[in-house]
Design a protein around this ligand. Structure first.
Ligand SMILES: Nc1ncnc2c1ncn2[C@@H]1O[C@H](COP(=O)(O)OP(=O)(O)O)[C@@H](O)[C@H]1O
Ligand SMILES: [Mg+2]
Length: 250
């Protein structure tokens, strides 16, 4: 059975970092194959994982819409697009990556979006774990493009707005009855003096608190230099053990 995790929250809280640490943890513990999905238009999950994506889903959709005008005889729209979909999967050791990329240009994408949905469903089933790094806004949640996810993890940092985002996501997901089996909060770099208050506030949500990931200067430096986080990820193992024990599947 595939287990899927969506990481959400306000921009800058550490979603991509935590998603990357999760993917690398699963890889190092042989809980593979893993599919990483970068669904933030300002994509950087690939960089954090040490992969530069050559083709995003957004590029492919735009190319298809353009290409359709001069499609070779005998090739259907679906054919053309589905061949391209195989190419957007970046294969690495222990995990694959799909980058959603930028949004859509003018033109009708509904047909392609239906093919993407089916492709995603089929694809996700062939992995043990799927980790999705979401965009900062709540669009994917309100548009219900994030569906059938086992665990939703909302990342919160010292910025009080990030707590409000968690609260909004909580309310929205309750209201829409979106199928997340469980909802969690992870603190990132919450200062010691705020931690108690933070945990108390989280207890008012329909979300389970997992842990507070500490600030790491080595991590910050690696990211600043554009290096993959694989060089510095070991120091977070204790926290990741806790996260995966809590969300299950180990
Ligand atoms: N635990 C941490 N220690 C040090 N720096 C961190 C930590 N978590 C995140 N960062 C830094 O904070 C910034 C924002 O993180 P990022 O994962 O890109 O956030 P988001 O994806 O939510 O926008 C990045 O520069 C990242 O390196
Ligand atoms: Mg990000």
């Amino acid at each position: 059975m595939t287990k899927s995790i969506a990481v959400a929250g306000k921009g800058g809280t550490g979603k991509s970092t935590i998603a990357a640490l999760m993917v690398l943890y699963l890889k190092r513990n042989n809980l593979t194959p893993v599919l990483a999905i970068d669904s933030d238009p300002d994509s950087n999950l690939g960089t954090l994982l040490g992969i530069e994506p050559h083709l995003t889903l957004g590029d492919l959709k735009n190319e298809t819409i353009e290409g359709l005008k001069n499609l070779p005889a005998g090739i259907s729209k679906a054919n053309y697009f589905e061949t391209g979909l195989q190419e957007i999967i970046e294969e690495s050791k222990g995990f694959d990556l799909i980058t959603m990329g930028r949004g859509e240009g003018p033109g009708c994408y509904c047909y392609l979006n239906n093919l993407v949905r089916k492709f995603h469903e089929d694809l996700m089933n062939s992995y043990k774990w799927v980790v999705i790094d979401n965009e900062a806004g709540l669009e994917h949640i309100s548009r219900r493009t994030t569906t059938n996810i086992n665990s939703l993890i909302v990342v919160v940092n010292n910025n009080p707005i990030s707590f409000h985002t968690a609260k909004r996501i909580d309310i929205l997901t309750e209201k829409l009855k979106i199928s997340f089996e469980r909802k969690f909060v992870i603190g990132n770099m919450i200062k010691k003096e705020f931690e108690e208050d933070f945990i108390r506030k989280i207890s008012e949500l329909n979300m389970e608190y997992i842990c507070n990931i500490p600030y790491s200067s080595e991590l910050e430096e690696a990211v600043m230099k554009g290096e993959p986080v694989s060089n510095v990820c070991d120091q977070f193992d204790g926290y990741l053990d806790l996260i995966f024990r809590k969300i299950g599947g180990q």
